[in-house]
Design a protein. Structure first.
Length: 55
């Protein structure tokens, strides 16, 4: 299984949002839904700049 941490790039700085994310889905209206292994959920209006699964 592959989990990732999610960061929001805001004003040139990375802001931590959620760790151990296993679901990341686009939603209507430019929103992104994410859920981690603990069941925490977040929905935000954003666009994906990049994905790095191994770093």
């Amino acid at each position: 299984m592959c989990e990732a941490s999610v960061y929001l790039l805001k004003d040139g700085r990375e802001e931590f949002l959620l760790d151990s994310v296993d679901i990341l889905e686009p939603q209507e209206g430019g929103k992104i839904y994410m859920r981690n292994l603990a069941g925490e959920q977040k929905v935000l209006t954003a666009r994906i700049k990049g994905i790095r699964l191994v770093e």
